[in-house]
Write a protein that binds this ligand. Structure first.
Ligand code: ADP
Ligand code: MG
Length: 242
């Protein structure tokens, strides 16, 4: 029974996420539509016209960012919990972020080991994406994104470090609070909220340290998935540097 209750709670986390997406996306779409309607008026001074178009575009960009923070990996089929190879999943996310990293002159270093965690693939990837994307966005003038996997205290550690702008103590405390962003209209303030929810749903924990103008380190810990072949530190031999 206990297991069933836990499962039900997780389902709730998932459906809450789904419910928030349609809510979050609808607001900017409605706003964009409103400004398009305003554009229909004749006798609109050119500068007003320009301003309305600009706002409509910003709102559409915002809808796009929200979808990126929630649904980058979403597929039509329902998801299920499976054993996920952290190395494979991290590599997938790195591939996706490489263009953004190149644009910011960010060098990606990865030391990955094929340990397994239990979770839903899309959500796990979304969680990694949101963390790594923040790291790259924190390094507008270049830097290094370092991703490292190991076992600590019988848990899998995934550590994402950047050499970016860092955060103050107050900013760290507000992480995960909906709409908290320092990126102006370019930010949604939803990425970390999604991260916290997903980590929680996978029985994981998250630990963040940061120093202003030095960089940020995000550590996420997950229980090891039971596997027939015992996962040991000797898997380190499979470590790969990309
Ligand atoms: P968004 O990225 O849309 O702003 P997030 O929820 O992903 O929203 O992040 C919230 C805020 O947390 C960011 O605006 C930024 O101020 C801060 N933040 C998150 N990750 C980092 C990081 N690696 N380095 C510096 N600041 C970060
Ligand atoms: Mg973000």
């Amino acid at each position: 029974l206990r297991k069933q209750i836990i499962r039900a709670e997780k389902m709730e986390v998932v459906s809450h996420l789904a419910a928030s997406i349609s809510h979050e996306v609808r607001n900017p779409l409605t706003a964009a539509r409103g400004f398009m309607q305003l554009l229909e008026q004749s006798h609109l001074p050119p500068e007003k016209r320009k301003q309305y178009i600009q706002i409509a575009i910003e709102e559409l960009d915002r809808a796009e960012s929200i979808i990126t923070d929630y649904l980058t990996f979403a597929k039509p089929a329902p998801e299920y919990v499976e054993k996920l190879n952290v190395k494979t999943e991290i590599e997938r996310v790195i591939d996706l972020l490489r263009p953004l990293a190149n644009m910011n002159s960010v060098d990606i270093q990865a030391s990955l080991i094929p340990f397994h965690v239990k979770g839903e693939r899309e959500k796990f990837q979304q969680c990694l994406l949101n963390i790594m994307k923040n790291s790259i966005e924190a390094m507008q003038n270049g830097g290094t994104l370092d991703i490292y996997v190991s076992i600590e205290h019988e848990q899998i550690l995934i550590r994402v470090s950047d050499t970016g702008i860092g955060m103050t103590k107050e900013q760290i405390d507000r992480l995960g609070e909906p709409y908290f962003t320092t990126k102006g209209t370019k930010g949604t303030g939803l990425g970390m909220m999604v991260v916290y929810r997903i980590v929680e749903s996978m029985d994981g924990t998250i630990h963040i340290t940061s120093e202003v103008n030095k960089g940020t380190t995000v550590c996420i810990y997950f229980p090891l998935a039971q596997s027939r072949q015992k996962q040991t530190a000797s898997d380190q031999e499979n470590a790969l540097v990309i």
